[in-house]
Design a protein around this ligand. Structure first.
Ligand SMILES: C[S@@+](CC[C@H](N)C(=O)[O-])C[C@H]1O[C@@H](n2cnc3c(N)ncnc32)[C@H](O)[C@@H]1O
Length: 273
């Protein structure tokens, strides 16, 4: 089969699973060949050597496996991160959380922070690259994220700034901290997720408890109990009211909620008194 023929075949196969089947077919073939997409246009009459290898990539995508797991890489902020099944694919909305935290770090000249739930390393790596003086303790409860984050941290040469630690929340972290950032699991147990998420991404990265905000509330209590000044978290679009009520009971200097680009409530920054 020529490149042109195989792309037409792939487009049909991806019709149901993808919003942009032609584009994804081209991305997968470019990845398979180790070339960029323009190569496909200029060589469309050439025969493809390993048709079966390409077809198996397309069939994985047609079965709703996320593109990022198939190619082993996710684009986030200004970098690419290695990802694999067992680690959450970093989402664009988390970039907003990073920008808010970066403003606080810059304003307060912070040098010691922690991240809860490091995943691929997305948040800690971007922050460490922005602030070379920053030291981050990044925890996760699962082994695969810790291993994948370790590889990404090493690839960016940030081992001196980011220290990984297996821990439930901050249980294994005793060091003094100025700020905690987290994109924890916050989805309710019975929430219906799309097949590309529920069938492939790790449950421990998604579900925050029966209601969904249980882990977020525990993080707020833990950070307050340790006298850490700031906490910044991502949350679900429907969690503003219960969290507002919760923090008004425990008492904080302020809580600012922020929205994502779709104008959905997406997270908060708390300053503790
Ligand atoms: C939503 S993912 C976020 C990953 C990454 N920070 C990002 O934004 O792409 C949540 C992460 O928290 C970890 N996690 C879940 N429960 C945890 C707990 N009790 N303590 C520490 N980490 C936890 C999961 O393993 C997962 O890697």
């Amino acid at each position: 089969m020529t490149i042109k023929e195989v792309l037409l075949w792939a487009r049909e196969e991806l019709q149901e699973a993808c919003e942009r089947p032609s584009y994804e077919a081209e991305l997968l073939l470019a990845h398979h060949l180790g070339k960029d997409r323009t190569y496909l246009m200029t060589h469309d009459r050439e025969d493809l050597a390993d048709v079966d290898g390409f077809k198996s990539l397309v069939q994985r995508r047609a079965a709703h496996e996320p593109y990022e797991y198939i190619v082993g890489s996710a684009s986030f902020y200004d970098i690419h991160l290695e990802v694999e099944k067992g680690v959450l694919i970093p989402r664009p909305e988390t970039e907003i959380l990073i920008d808010l935290v970066a403003e606080i770090i810059e304003r307060e000249q912070f040098t010691r922070i922690a991240e809860i739930g490091v995943g691929s390393g997305a948040i800690s790596i971007v922050l460490a690259r922005k602030f070379p003086q920053l030291h981050i303790i990044a925890t996760d409860i699962s082994d695969i994220p810790l291993r994948v984050a370790g590889k990404n941290i090493e690839r960016f040469g940030l081992g001196g700034q980011i220290e990984l630690r297996k821990s439930n929340l901050l249980d294994e972290v005793d060091e003094p901290l100025e700020l905690v950032v987290s994109n924890p699991p916050y989805i309710a147990e019975d929430f219906l997720l799309a097949s590309n998420v529920i069938d492939y991404e790790p449950r421990e990265a998604l579900f925050g408890g029966r209601v969904g905000d249980e882990l977020l509330k525990q993080i707020i209590l833990d950070v307050k109990a340790r006298g850490i000044r700031y906490l910044a978290c991502e949350m679900g679009y429907d969690q503003k009211a219960p969290l507002q009520e919760f923090v008004s009971q425990i008492g904080v200097e302020y809580i600012h909620f922020y929205q994502d680009l779709a104008q959905l409530d997406r997270g908060f920054v708390i300053k503790f008194s």
